[in-house]
Design a protein around this ligand. Structure first.
Ligand SMILES: *[C@@H]1O[C@H](CO)[C@@H](O)[C@H](O)[C@H]1NC(C)=O
Ligand SMILES: *[C@@H]1O[C@H](CO)[C@@H](O)[C@H](O)[C@H]1NC(C)=O
Ligand SMILES: *[C@@H]1O[C@H](CO)[C@@H](O)[C@H](O)[C@H]1NC(C)=O
Ligand SMILES: *[C@@H]1O[C@H](CO)[C@@H](O)[C@H](O)[C@H]1NC(C)=O
Ligand SMILES: *[C@@H]1O[C@H](CO)[C@@H](O)[C@H](O)[C@H]1NC(C)=O
Ligand SMILES: *[C@@H]1O[C@H](CO)[C@@H](O)[C@H](O)[C@H]1NC(C)=O
Ligand SMILES: *[C@@H]1O[C@H](CO)[C@@H](O)[C@H](O)[C@H]1NC(C)=O
Ligand SMILES: *[C@@H]1O[C@H](CO)[C@@H](O)[C@H](O)[C@H]1NC(C)=O
Ligand SMILES: *[C@@H]1O[C@H](CO)[C@@H](O)[C@H](O)[C@H]1NC(C)=O
Length: 597
């Protein structure tokens, strides 16, 4: 369906000169503080008691500091019932030479000092203590490490002669050391997570943390894993060579920061160790398991590539290629979630659960991956587990069947490509700005699928927060939530019952599935790479924000910003412009997609 939509739009765009240009890319630091303020507001609405914040703790070693020499530290919320720990590294770009760092000091000082840190912080998504928002990890021990070193968490420079120090890598190690007596000692697992520059930080520090915990501290019972969110960048040539390319910036930065790069990777790239900042080069050298989340059209990547708001065919070609290149780099990655959206970072966003591919949410994928014994390398010569098993065959049974012995044998699970959905047959290629659709492609949008889409949209809307109104306890909610999370199957069900409630905005996961069926775990997917090559082609993409007004932009506005002229749309659809403008988003989308068939 969206394929046809894309075809229509591309045709229209090709015919009409762009009139309307709104920049859609915006930089992460601004976004994050914006998000934070929103979070605070949202929090005020809900029970603050339940949401007790994370408490500030300064590092025990005072010589490990932020850029400006102020004490570094972290925020902690302990959970006494849990042996699972999450350490989250914040993001926010970096600076790479004296000039860029001075600039940063003027404009983004809060990312270089701890002097303004509040006593407590509330963090959403993966670090939320609310089981509705964070069904699988709400009860874990949460650690949030603010980013104040501008070095992608890789620096070890203490030199007091320089204006700034860069001790990101030292901070990560010290956080781990300081957490040991606070309970990490008895942990069963440690998940090192991070967004944006923090996502790079995860990849750069993961093996080091594993060594520190397993070898140096001798705590081999703690399973170490990493989640890199929006930190998997490409070092391809920028769109316009205006300013410093990402490669050059990191190259310069490495020296300024006195960076600590994982040894295995440096050995592989002895002449160009800065290549190790790029996930696809670093990944094959990692020993600890890593889960990669990356928007196929990452705003930071587009901004780094200097491509700008895409209005010309050249820009679109560049962006499409960017998505293709990214997809290719995931070829050998075991655990990856890559939706086809324009956005940046996800893990600590309150609505992170809305992000889905093939009906599997990021949280579900991550949760199921966390329970798998796995390495980092896909091995096609080995057995694969078919993920669309009937419900009675639980994952545990499959595990017991010997396919996934935890003895270093690498298995591979959750390939989205294994799904035999109708989208499988779609293929398209671009040439001269026109979409070519193969014959199968045009016939893939069958009734049930469209129904699914509509339902999804409704669900999206109906999902707005109506929570915490009933008197249920956290525990109960958690249990129910857990059950519903596991229910998902890889198959698109034709079962009327399953979906009955969705049309009136209720949340059927909670009530429709009979209790007895809730136990089965199936459809454990953690390799999900969206197939459509059109950004924002999917309804589960997050809303875009107009960087100038901060207002949400909807899909249609996005299209306009890409140079879509609404008059031509109206013409193409055979309706007048007033009618078109007064239509709501869903209606219009429906119309567009139906017409395109
Ligand atoms: C504190 O950190 C600095 C810098 O890494 C290190 O040189 C020093 O040995 C540490 N001090 C202690 C007591 O661990
Ligand atoms: C870890 O568990 C042991 C044994 O129960 C206990 O003695 C110790 O205090 C615990 N460590 C921490 C940091 O809680
Ligand atoms: C994936 O692994 C195969 C076999 O080792 C290799 O030929 C291929 O280049 C790898 N792909 C990527 C993107 O690294
Ligand atoms: C959009 O997302 C849905 C579910 O998340 C998925 O089934 C569908 O294939 C996606 N659409 C495209 C064109 O990839
Ligand atoms: C994949 O499996 C084959 C056969 O067991 C083995 O020889 C090869 O080393 C494996 N590759 C990786 C990357 O683990
Ligand atoms: C792991 O276990 C499988 C199944 O028991 C066995 O075939 C394989 O040789 C083992 N691999 C290693 C590296 O021990
Ligand atoms: C996938 O679907 C196609 C078309 O419905 C069917 O011909 C094919 O046998 C299916 N393949 C599998 C593996 O189910
Ligand atoms: C769904 O409901 C329709 C209309 O009530 C019915 O004809 C159809 O058989 C049902 N499908 C299933 C799978 O139950
Ligand atoms: C929504 O649909 C469900 C399932 O059919 C039904 O139980 C519920 O009463 C409906 N709610 C409203 C407000 O119509």
């Amino acid at each position: 369906m969206s394929l046809c939509l894309a075809a229509l739009i591309l045709t229209i765009v090709a015919e009409d000169k762009p009139t309307n240009t709104v920049s859609v890319s915006s930089n992460s630091p601004g976004l994050q503080s914006n998000t934070l303020q929103k979070l605070i507001k949202i929090l005020e609405k809900y029970g603050l008691e339940e949401q007790r914040g994370l408490k500030r703790v300064y590092l025990s070693n005072r010589s490990i500091t932020c850029n400006d020499g102020s004490q570094a530290g972290f925020y902690l919320r302990k959970s006494h019932g849990s042996k699972r720990w999450i350490i989250f590294l914040e993001g926010g770009w970096y600076c790479y030479d004296h000039k860029s760092c001075r600039n940063r000091w003027l404009k983004l000082r809060h990312l270089m000092t701890s002097t303004q840190w509040p006593e407590t912080r509330d963090v959403g998504g993966l670090l939320s203590g609310n089981p509705e928002e964070n069904p699988f990890w709400w009860n874990a021990n949460h650690v949030f490490v603010p980013y104040c070193t501008s070095d992608s968490w890789s620096g070890t420079r203490t030199s007091p002669n320089d204006m700034f120090s860069f001790m990101g890598a030292e901070i990560v190690s010290q956080v781990v050391r300081d957490l040991i007596p606070l309970g990490l000692e008895n942990a069963s697992s440690l998940l090192l997570a991070g967004s944006s520059a923090g996502g790079i930080g995860v990849m750069l520090n993961l093996d080091h943390v594993q060594n520190l915990v397993h070898q140096e501290l001798g705590l081999k019972h703690i399973a170490i894993r990493g989640v890199s969110d929006s930190g998997w960048f490409l070092d391809r040539a920028p769109y316009s060579p205006n300013g410093l390319s990402p490669v050059d910036a990191v190259h310069k930065g490495m020296e300024l920061w006195k960076a600590r790069i994982p040894h295995n990777c440096v050995v592989k790239h002895p002449d160009e160790p800065w290549r190790c900042y790029f996930g696809y080069r670093l990944y094959p050298t990692l020993t600890a398991p890593l889960f990669v989340f990356q928007w196929l059209f990452d705003e930071a990547q587009m901004s780094a590539d200097n491509v700008g708001a895409p209005v010309t065919k050249q820009q679109w070609d560049y962006i499409h290629k960017m998505g293709d290149s990214l997809r290719q780099t995931f070829e050998n990655v075991t655990a990856v979630f890559a939706p086809s959206c324009i956005s940046h970072s996800v893990l600590t966003k309150r609505d992170w659960q809305l992000v889905k591919i093939d009906e599997v949410s990021l949280a579900q994928a991550l949760h199921c991956w966390e329970q798998m014994p796995l390495g980092n390398h896909r091995n096609d010569t080995h057995s694969e587990i078919e993920t669309n098993q009937p419900c009675t065959k639980s994952l545990r049974k499959l595990l017991r069947s010997g396919l996934t012995k935890n003895n270093g044998t690498l298995v591979q699970l959750g390939r989205a490509e294994k799904n035999n959905l109708s989208t499988e047959t779609r293929k398209k290629s671009y040439s001269n700005g026109v979409v070519k659709i193969d014959e199968k492609g045009t016939s893939t949008t069958s009734g049930p699928e469209r129904e699914n889409k509509r339902r999804r949209r409704r669900k999206h809307k109906g999902r707005r927060r109506d929570r915490n109104k009933d008197g249920r306890t956290k525990k109960e909610k958690h249990e129910r939530r857990k059950a519903s999370g596991r229910r998902k199957s890889g198959k698109q069900s034709n079962d009327n019952n399953t979906h009955a409630g969705m049309f009136n905005g209720t949340r059927p996961q909670r009530s429709v599935i009979p209790n007895g069926k809730r136990k089965c775990i199936q459809g454990c997917h953690f390799r999900l790479i969206e197939r459509c090559t059109w950004p924002q082609c999917n309804h589960s993409c997050p809303k875009l924000h107009n960087p100038f007004t901060g207002e949400e932009m909807d899909f249609i506005e996005l299209l306009k910003s890409f140079g879509l002229d609404m008059k031509s749309v109206a013409n193409a659809l055979g309706i007048d412009i007033q009618t078109l403008n007064s239509m709501d988003h869903d209606e219009l989308l429906n119309l567009l997609t139906q017409q395109a068939n």
